[in-house]
Design a protein around this ligand. Structure first.
Ligand SMILES: Nc1ncnc2c1ncn2[C@@H]1O[C@H](COP(=O)(O)OP(=O)(O)OP(=O)(O)O)[C@@H](O)[C@H]1O
Ligand SMILES: [Mg+2]
Length: 270
């Protein structure tokens, strides 16, 4: 009898050892795949940075060389102004990449305090109204009163300005932009939507990646494709998230959700 028990125990032990070895193997394979994905992403980002900085640098060099061949002060001044623009564009890319790196690595300094979200959203509408009007766009707000949140006001403003900058760039003249916010259950939802061209379903996750653009030829604008990566990274720093769906207005609806566990939301007054 004790022989049978010994055999059963040995079998169980062998089974457990086999199972452990298989788990270890699976974990190692997972780790290896993750490492390959990270390496590929780092390489891809490096390629994108090189590509994105090479174009303005080539333009800069051509401009400076052309200006140097002339003696005219006016030509020099115009060239210097273009050089300044290009430098500004390159600085924007570098600053955005640094902010993204910090946000994703958890190294961003967050100054949390009670923010009057309703007030902030109203301010953003006021700030963007003149540019919207200039582009013949209607900018409307549908914001619940008395929304407050424990968060970093500057980060919230950067999320909103990246989304609103996009609205001004990608919604054609005559279009409608709607900014809304409400408390939903234990979450707070900010919605920036429009009746523009929208985002195709297969691109709705991709456009949040670094340098992703629907129009890689850059005929529509001179953006680098970093704004939405910043929106998602900042939302995550605030323990929330960002995504895009089809808007009931017909275009894109960008939704920023902030959790009440990290962000103390006071509900609208009844
Ligand atoms: N409201 C929108 N409607 C349609 N397409 C949009 C909208 N917002 C963003 N997109 C698309 O998503 C892409 C990514 O946007 P993102 O803000 O990340 O980059 P960008 O605007 O091109 O450049 P950057 O923000 O760095 O200046 C845009 O290039 C555009 O193709
Ligand atoms: Mg943008």
């Amino acid at each position: 009898m004790s022989g049978i028990w010994l055999a059963v125990s040995l079998l169980v032990l062998a089974g457990a050892a086999y199972w452990l070895a298989r788990r270890r193997q699976q974990n190692l394979a997972l780790l290896r795949n993750r490492l390959v994905a990270v390496t590929q992403s780092v390489r891809q980002t490096g390629d994108n940075i090189a590509h994105d900085l090479r174009t303005p640098l080539t333009r800069l060099r051509a401009d400076v060389e052309a200006a140097l061949r002339q003696e005219d002060g006016k030509v020099h001044r115009a060239a210097l102004e273009r050089v300044l623009d290009e430098i500004q564009g390159m600085q924007n890319i570098i600053n955005a990449l640094l902010a993204l790196g910090q946000a994703e690595a958890g190294g961003m300094r967050v100054k949390k305090k009670t923010v009057d979200l309703t007030g902030l959203l109203m301010e953003m509408i006021e700030l963007y109204a003149p540019s919207a009007e200039e582009r013949q766009l209607t900018l409307k707000g549908r914001i619940d009163p008395n929304l407050t949140i424990e968060a970093d006001r500057q980060l919230l403003a950067r999320i909103l300005s990246n989304l609103l900058d996009n609205e001004l760039k990608y919604v054609p003249a005559g279009g409608l932009i709607m900014l809304s916010a409400a408390a939903r259950g234990d979450k707070l939802e900010i919605l920036v939507e429009d009746n523009g061209p929208g985002i195709p379903e297969d691109m709705r996750d991709k456009i949040f990646e670094r340098f992703a653009r629907l129009d890689p030829s850059r005929t529509v604008s001179s953006g680098a494709g970093l704004g939405l990566s910043l929106v998602r990274a900042f939302a995550r720093v605030l323990q929330g998230d960002a995504r895009v769906i089809e808007s009931s207005l017909g275009g894109a609806a960008f939704i920023v959700t902030l959790s009440t566990s990290a962000a103390d939301v006071s509900r609208p007054a009844p």
